[in-house]
Design a protein around this ligand. Structure first.
Ligand code: SAH
Length: 341
């Protein structure tokens, strides 16, 4: 399932099989079929041959939780090697969206985020990223139209596998999800931004900013020590010059840390004139961090401050808050999953 159609065709030809069989198998795999026996248009002999030589590894659902507020579902999946990861399925007016994980754990160390608490275990494969989408479609019986790579992990810390996944999920013989319906979020791994602009100019880019000066951003997000704000903004400007695409800046509001009107003005100055949009995320509290969320007045004041600079700004509607399915609440071991169904 890591392979694209051309690679699968090569394998089929080397096995002495007709090339068109590869496409049939590819289409079944991308429907989430877990057994070669279910591939109804294949001859019995080929099914046997495939069974003897290959295994289909789809993530297995360990549990799921459903939000009583908005129908959001959080899944806990077990991967082939026993590691578990989380994904979140969300229903919107424009369609169904899934937030997928790209790594088992994360090594970025952002102070407010639950996903990084146990560190990085390993990268996820393209098949494992795809598997989250396939299994969620299968379980809900619903078509997924949008993907955000905003679950556990830093996608630009696993760029090669991310790239393969994006091509697979966009494949016309597979899920055929449009590049413009996909968003990748990064904490600011600067060199990858340029690669991404060349490789995937149609995919939406979101940047987690969260602070307006280097000293404070480095405290909140260690990646800033490697790629400070100046370099990050420079890379974003270059990205827009290359792609003409609007960037989303995510800004998580933490009480007393980054949510004052002065912060808002500094952010306004930093972003003024850029083709961008700011998405404010009131912090989802994670008990280990001790950090508190901004109150409603502070959030609205911050928003007004940015508007006065002419910057489009929205406040993120938190989905699945009651099941810890919201941003930054996904965890390595799924140990916060209760109310098992
Ligand atoms: N590693 C990527 C994608 C995962 S995080 C990135 O950093 O962008 C998705 C978004 O949720 C990021 O903007 C992240 O900073 C934010 N986030 C993390 N923890 C959060 C929390 N506790 N409350 C609100 N947002 C959080």
């Amino acid at each position: 399932m890591d392979l694209d159609l051309a690679q699968l065709e090569e394998i089929f030809i080397s096995m002495g099989e007709a090339k068109f069989r590869a496409k049939q198998v590819f289409m079944w795999l991308h429907k989430g079929v877990g057994d070669f026996g279910e591939m109804r248009n294949l001859p019995k002999t080929l099914i046997e041959k495939l069974r003897n030589n290959f295994n289909i590894h789809l993530p297995q659902i360990v549990k799921f939780q459903e939000s009583k507020i908005d129908g959001t579902r959080k899944y806990l999946f077990r991967l082939e090697d026993g590691n578990v990861i989380e994904s979140v399925f969300m229903k919107y007016k424009f369609g169904n969206s899934i937030c997928i994980s790209s790594q088992v754990g994360c090594r970025m160390g952002c102070k407010f985020c639950a996903s990084t608490i146990g560190g990085l275990r390993r990268n996820m494969t393209p098949a494992e990223m795809l598997g989250q989408v396939l299994m969620t479609e299968k379980d809900t019986g619903e078509k997924i139209s949008h993907i955000v790579v905003m679950g556990t992990g830093e996608p630009f810390d696993n760029y090669e596998n991310l790239s393969k996944f994006l091509k697979l999920v966009n494949s016309k013989d597979g899920l055929n999800i449009g590049m413009r319906n996909i968003t990748v979020s990064t904490c600011g791994v600067v060199p990858m931004i340029e690669n991404f602009s060349k490789d995937f100019p149609q995919v939406n880019l979101a940047i987690s900013l969260h602070q307006v000066d280097d000293e404070n951003r480095s405290k909140l997000m260690p990646i800033n020590k490697v790629y400070p704000i100046g370099e990050l903004i420079e890379a974003c400007k270059k990205y827009t010059a290359n792609t003409s695409r609007r960037i989303t800046f995510e800004y998580t509001l933490v009480r007393g840390e980054n949510d004052t009107i002065e912060h808002s003005r500094a952010l306004g100055k930093l972003l003024k004139g850029m083709l961008c949009h700011v998405n404010l995320i009131p912090l989802n509290e994670v008990k280990e961090t001790g950090l508190k969320t901004s109150n409603r007045e502070a959030v609205l004041r911050f928003q007004e401050g940015l508007k006065s600079f002419g910057i489009p700004v929205t406040i993120r509607r938190e989905m699945g808050d009651d099941i810890d399915g919201a941003c930054g609440q996904l965890r390595l071991n799924g140990e916060n999953m209760q109310n098992m169904k």
